[in-house]
Write a protein that binds this ligand. Structure first.
Ligand code: PHE
Length: 380
């Protein structure tokens, strides 16, 4: 239809503009041809607009972009319209306006329709329906107790030092006065990762004393810090032992630090942790890195020293190891042992937590059973 019609008009003009051979060229010379092409185009677009059925907001937006936006088809058509010869403008202009109105109407109509349908669903939604219940978690008991220990020591000026769990032989053993092949190492057997370097193998740390070594190596005294962290030992898992557990160790190095300072610091800690009536006692012990060394007991906070299951009827429960830092260790870490002295202590967080909450099986800490964990609620 189009070709025939266009061809007929061109034929008419052909007498005026001769010779005219190709169609495109012909159109360039034939004003009526532009009119026809544009009319056809507009009819096609009008059809498209009428049949378009955007069913959601995204499709409607695409419709708007395609036809009505500044870079849309209608803008192009109005540009094209400028090239139409004046005598044809009325006819084409009319069509063009028809297309524009159709696009605008369609858009407004569909917009309203879609908005109504969304409004409908909003109304359908029951705002009073109960929300989905989500369980509130709780801190792990070991975290609660660790935070409490940190808080107690930070009140007397101790900072917190963090360190690596994979350690070399020097920081975990040798610097701390555990000679190679010495039986003292048997107390802390661990998991070795790399033994290719005989003098400095790599293993999982057995205590956070390694963090004390790194701290002392890193600067000059005074040092007053605690070292909380996870440690590892090659132990069979039972109700009383595990191959993973947690410690808080402490270190105080300065001029004139004495055993009396150690005793007073630990008494303060015990009374803050277990109650102000708590008493402590120190029993001589042995650690390679402290001299003298001691184990500290606290008076049983359950029976108040009268004797019960927890303290095995002795009135006392053991909670930590401590002592004055051996001068060899200070020298190993580059500290002048004639000028400086200090003390160190170390406790297992599991042990204190078990005593505090009367938990009788260490394995419960690692099983992640929510029935166990739910029983500990704390803001700390
Ligand atoms: N590092 C010791 C242990 O893990 C604890 C300790 C630290 C003892 C400091 C004395 C002084 O067994």
């Amino acid at each position: 239809m189009f070709l025939f019609f266009a061809g007929a008009k061109i034929k008419q003009r052909a007498n005026v503009f001769k010779p005219i051979l190709n169609l495109k060229k012909m159109c360039n010379f034939a004003p009526c041809c532009e009119n026809v092409i544009m009319q056809e185009k507009l009819n096609g677009i009008l059809q498209e607009i009428i049949t378009a059925q955007p069913t959601n907001k995204e499709q409607l937006e695409n419709f708007r972009l395609k036809y009505l936006s500044r870079k849309g088809l209608l803008t192009d058509l109005f540009e094209e319209f400028k090239t139409i010869p004046n005598e044809q403008k009325r006819e084409v202009g009319k069509k063009l306006n028809e297309v524009k109105t159709a696009a605008e109407n369609k858009f407004n109509e569909l917009k309203e329709k879609l908005e109504n349908s969304t409004a409908q669903t909003t109304v359908d939604f029951d705002l009073t329906a109960p929300g989905e219940h989500s369980e509130l978690g709780s801190r792990h008991p070991l975290s609660i107790v660790r935070n409490e220990i940190i808080s107690i020591f930070s009140r007397i000026g101790y900072t917190v030092q963090d360190g690596q769990e994979i350690e070399d032989d020097w920081h975990n053993f040798s610097a701390l006065n555990f000679p190679e092949e010495h039986p003292a190492r048997d107390m802390q057997d661990t998991f070795f990762i790399d033994v290719s370097n005989k003098k400095n193998s790599i293993a999982l740390r057995t205590h956070t004393s390694s963090v004390q070594v790194r701290l002392m190596e890193s600067g000059k005294p005074p040092f007053r810090s605690i070292m909380p962290g996870r440690v590892f030992r090659n132990e069979a898992i039972s109700a009383r032992a595990h191959c993973i557990f947690h410690q808080v160790e402490g270190l105080y190095i300065d001029e004139n630090v004495s055993f009396a300072d150690l005793k007073q610091t630990l008494l303060y800690f015990a009374q803050e942790m277990f109650g102000e009536k708590t008493q402590i006692r120190l029993r001589p012990s042995y650690f390679p890195f402290t001299e003298p060394s001691a184990e500290m007991d606290v008076s049983c906070f359950i029976c108040e020293g009268k004797g019960c299951n927890i303290c095995k009827h002795s009135g006392w429960v053991e909670i930590l190891g401590c002592g004055m830092v051996d001068p060899n260790v200070l020298e190993n870490c580059g500290i002048d042992s004639k000028k400086y002295t200090g003390f160190a202590f170390g406790m297992g967080i599991e042990r204190i937590t078990m005593l505090k909450y009367r938990i009788n099986d260490l394995r419960l800490f690692f099983e992640n059973d929510v029935r166990f964990l739910n029983q500990f609620k704390s803001a700390m």
